[in-house]
Ligand binder design. Structure first.
Ligand SMILES: *Cc1c(COP(=O)(O)O)cnc(C)c1O
Length: 406
């Protein structure tokens, strides 16, 4: 077989659809984020990042950087092993204690990423509980889908954010069947938020375990940054809360928080937990510092809300269509992969504004979009430049605007 020929052919069809992924090469500047340098071959230019998941700018917070520097000096670079064999650093343990406290759970378990925590957490629970059936929200993240698939457990997909449909699916199984319901709080592409209390009512009615992905909510919602479930006083009703340390907390890593027995079970049986090198201690210390800071500081969350409102208000004034939602994510809808890519390129080349186009399979075809994530570190000037640039391209391309009333 002509392997390279095969690879080229596959890539060509992705290109024709306009959804070939081109990575933007940037260098973020500490102390100046969201400003960064963009690299194109030999040329460099200055850009403003409008699509980062470092939602609160914690990736450059002095408390986080101080902790990371200190622990590099204290422990060196890497963990030196898996958690099982010589890599179980004191700073991992401190971080797990911090996470358990954040979610008011008995325990927490750290993974190398949020993706791995979902893959290993769901895969192990569904795979190891005999006869377990998984009920998965239709818009769950790829990492949850892969974990469920890996478990080989029977799987039911329920309509997105629809507790009644979940109830119908659960009702098809007897009370003796172990059930696991998996969903997210904030869905990161539409920015909608699950009706968590109603979903938990249904779970409890059927004796099902609940597993929530709060990746796009931890640090951002709740009085201590514990997520939407904290804000709504629901953390104690959820079996497993999963989160990332790589988005609002600004560092890297993933985790689950749950009962001591459940965490011990995953620790013992999850291949993706045990057979991989532990996170560098400095990352763990940085994440701990970030969580601690956001437990008591409301400043970043309040400022982010203010920035999000301001961008939305200005988009509305210009009639630029964006999906209304109760979260911090602003999806500006384009609805065509080629157009989405062209607008993104144009914003970058003409205005130094970096908004990555979001295409299939991340979102359904026909709903291609620019996903804007304002953060506390975007200034009024940054916002004005973004809005002017969008207005400009909307006129040039004769893209549809919404009437003010719409
Ligand atoms: C990004 C993401 C993850 C994975 O988290 P990482 O720490 O980036 O691996 C999991 N779930 C959802 C919903 C995500 O968007």
């Amino acid at each position: 077989m002509d392997f390279d020929g095969f690879f080229k052919g596959q890539l060509e069809s992705v290109r024709e659809e306009g959804r070939y992924r081109v990575f933007t090469e940037i260098k973020r500047h500490r102390g100046q984020f969201p400003h960064a340098t963009r690299y194109v071959e030999d040329e460099q230019s200055e850009v403003t990042v409008w699509c980062s998941n470092d939602y609160l700018g914690m990736g450059q917070h002095p408390a986080v950087l101080e902790a990371m520097h200190r622990v590099i000096d204290e422990c060196g670079a890497g963990a030196g092993g898996t958690r099982n064999i010589s890599g179980n650093n004191h700073h991992h343990v401190l971080l797990e204690n911090e996470l358990a406290d954040l979610h008011h759970k008995e325990a927490a378990l750290l993974f190398t990423s949020g993706y791995v925590s979902n893959w290993a957490g769901l895969g192990t629970l569904a795979g190891r509980i005999p006869g377990c059936v998984v009920f998965s929200d239709a818009l769950n993240h790829a990492s949850m889908i892969e974990g469920i698939r890996h478990s080989r457990a029977e799987r039911r997909i329920w309509n997105h954010n629809d507790p009644e449909d979940l109830d119908r699916h659960l009702s098809e199984f007897g009370s003796d069947v172990p059930k696991l319901v998996a969903f997210e709080s904030v869905y990161s592409m539409d920015g909608d938020i699950a009706p968590i209390a109603e979903i938990l009512d249904v779970c409890e009615k059927h004796g099902a375990m609940s597993y929530i992905d709060e990746v796009h909510a931890v640090g951002l919602y709740g009085p201590r940054g514990g997520g939407v479930a904290e804000r709504e006083g629901l953390m104690d009703r959820i079996t497993v809360i999963e989160g990332t340390l790589g988005k609002a907390f600004g560092v890297m890593g993933g985790y689950i928080a749950a009962s001591a027995d459940l965490c011990d079970f995953i620790r013992t049986f999850a291949s993706g937990f045990i057979f991989t090198t532990a996170l560098p201690p400095a990352l763990a210390a940085g994440a701990t510092a970030s969580i601690r800071h956001l437990k008591t500081s409301e400043f970043e969350r309040a400022r982010q809300r203010d920035r999000v409102e301001k961008v939305r208000r200005k988009l509305d004034m210009l009639g630029i269509p964006h999906l209304p939602n109760p979260s911090h994510i602003i999806p500006v809808m384009v609805g065509d992969a080629h157009k989405c890519k062209r607008i993104s390129d144009w914003l970058m080349d003409n205005h130094g504004i970096y908004v990555q186009p979001i295409n299939y399979p991340t979102v359904p075809r026909g709903t291609e979009r620019l996903r804007i994530t304002p953060s506390p570190v975007h200034t009024d000037g940054d916002i004005d430049r973004l809005i002017e640039a969008l207005s400009d391209i909307w006129s040039q391309c004769a893209l549809a605007r919404r009437s003010m009333a719409a």
